[in-house]
Design a binder for this molecule. Structure first.
Ligand code: CUA
Length: 181
């Protein structure tokens, strides 16, 4: 039986429509997650020199950890490095907008905070920034989730979410876990 060209075209058109439908469903799911569940890739594009990270400007040792700025903004700065977080414990208030800023001097790390949608890569040369608001209090784990070398599995920090009335900055605006470095 001769192959009917018309039948082939119809079959191709059918599969085109099926594939287009699948792509539409996937894009629809992404839009739904981004718009209603606030699950979306971090969009911050900000450069930092990984070689001088610890020497000058924002990510020097005395700037790390949580600080309340004079305008009331709560910002935490953390360095992710092989194979630890500096500091390895941060304190943040519940029910308040907070900003997390990460930078790395060495290789790519990834962070997530368990039980939240906070999840980002930390790439040398860039500042990874996340805005969030914690609704539950308690100690949350923040592991590195990007293989970064032999000590990767040891790389874990604590995010201590406390009630806003025990979140008391010192005279410098700093809040720390107390037992961290
Ligand atoms: Cu850092 Cu894995």
């Amino acid at each position: 039986m001769a192959i009917n060209e018309r039948a082939i075209l119809q079959s191709e058109l059918r599969w085109t429509l099926i594939v287009a439908g699948i792509v539409a469903v996937i894009i629809g799911a992404m839009l739904f997650a981004a718009l209603t569940m606030h699950v979306n890739p971090p969009s911050n594009r900000e450069f930092v020199d990984p070689r001088t990270l610890h020497l000058a400007a924002e990510f020097t040792e005395e700037n790390l950890g949580t600080r309340v700025d004079p305008d009331g903004r709560v910002v935490t700065r953390v360095i992710t490095t092989q194979f630890e977080f500096v500091p390895n414990c941060i304190v943040l208030p519940a029910d308040r907008d907070v900003t997390l800023r990460f930078a790395t001097p060495d290789v790519i790390h990834g962070i997530l905070i368990t039980g939240t949608n906070v999840n980002t890569m930390v790439i040398p040369g860039y500042v990874a920034q996340v805005h969030t608001r914690f609704t539950k209090q308690g100690d949350l784990l923040m592991p590195c989730h990007e293989y970064c070398g032999l000590g990767h599995t040891q790389m874990i920090a604590t995010v201590r979410v406390v009630s806003p009335d025990v979140f008391r900055p010192d005279s410098q605006g700093r809040v720390s876990c107390g037992d961290d470095r």
